[in-house]
Design a protein around this ligand. Structure first.
Ligand SMILES: C[S@@+](CC[C@H](N)C(=O)[O-])C[C@H]1O[C@@H](n2cnc3c(N)ncnc32)[C@H](O)[C@@H]1O
Length: 275
């Protein structure tokens, strides 16, 4: 199975959010497993590669291969690695469902196979997890983290925020993705064949509350809503009009201005041990 359309696309407002990501703020579940400096890691759906490059810099004698179907974003990731002077990383245009087309990728070839915020965007997350398991060596781990949109939380209540969330979830479901998959990653892993005892499941949140954090988070959602691929998907699906989206963008701007504003993004995380 090939990948479907990526709901957000790679507009600047989307990449700004992905490029803020580090191992510390996006893969705390993985940190205990990075003590061996010679690991071989596969980063699936790497986007602009800031997590990837951080991973590579933590395993100086190891190597990270990172794949993403978007040639545009892979180019950006390569540039980022070059700017950071990190050399033990290779970025390739690639699809997890078609890994056989990639040089140097083989069954049981990696100590760690990692995906951050990817399964929520796939029509077949179970199939992807099965492929990730195949690529992991015995004794290695599959590490996955995804948001649960249904658990998004904020303060204070601002008129229109619920509309944004309902619309986002409906648009994602409309293209047969699960925006709430963060809460059932362990269940998908069990379906993929991992015994429950071999799966660690945890939760970690992103919090956006200081003026800078609110400007970052609310600002990028205001922009994404009216400029990214999401806008086109929402309109094409008949779930929103241009005017609805403008109103939602305004709601985000209003949220940004709330001096006591607080926004929490709940992420489900799993580490699956391959035995
Ligand atoms: C939300 S972004 C996450 C990017 C990065 N992991 C991060 O957290 O910054 C999801 C990425 O998954 C990629 N993707 C979509 N389908 C894929 C597939 N079949 N195989 C590999 N990557 C895929 C998209 O192109 C997109 O860049």
């Amino acid at each position: 199975m090939s990948s479907g359309p990526y709901l957000h696309g790679h507009h600047a407002s989307v990449l700004r959010s992905h490029s803020w990501r580090t191992v510390e703020n996006s893969c705390p579940h993985l940190i205990p497993y990075l003590s061996n400096p010679s690991l071989k890691i596969l980063d699936v759906g790497c986007g602009p590669g800031t997590i990837t490059v951080d991973l590579a810099s933590r395993i100086p004698q190891g190597f990270v291969l990172a794949i993403d179907p978007s040639a545009e974003v892979i180019e950006k990731a390569r540039k980022h690695a070059e700017e950071q002077g990190v050399k033990n990383v290779r970025f390739e245009v690639g699809d997890i469902f078609n890994w056989k087309a990639l040089d140097g990728v083989q069954e049981g070839g990696f100590d760690v196979v990692h995906a951050h915020q990817v399964l929520q965007h796939l029509q077949d997350p179970l199939g992807a997890l099965k492929e990730m398991r195949r690529l992991t060596k015995v004794g290695g781990i599959v590490a996955i983290r995804d948001v649960d949109y249904s658990a998004m939380n904020w303060y204070p209540e601002v008129d229109g925020m619920r509309k944004w969330l309902d619309l986002y979830i409906a648009v994602a479901k409309g293209i047969k993705c699960d925006p709430n998959i963060g809460k059932r990653l362990h269940a998908v892993a069990m379906e993929a064949g991992f015994p429950r005892n071999d799966i660690e499941a945890s939760v970690a949140a992103w919090t956006f509350s200081t003026p800078e954090e609110r400007a970052f988070w609310c600002g990028l959602w205001a922009e994404r809503t009216v400029q990214s691929e999401f806008k086109h998907k929402a309109i094409e699906s008949g779930l929103a009009t241009e005017a609805d989206l403008q109103a939602i963008a305004e709601t985000w701007r209003e949220m940004e201005k709330k001096k006591d504003g607080w926004f929490a993004v709940i992420n489900g995380q799993i580490v699956c041990h391959v035995k």
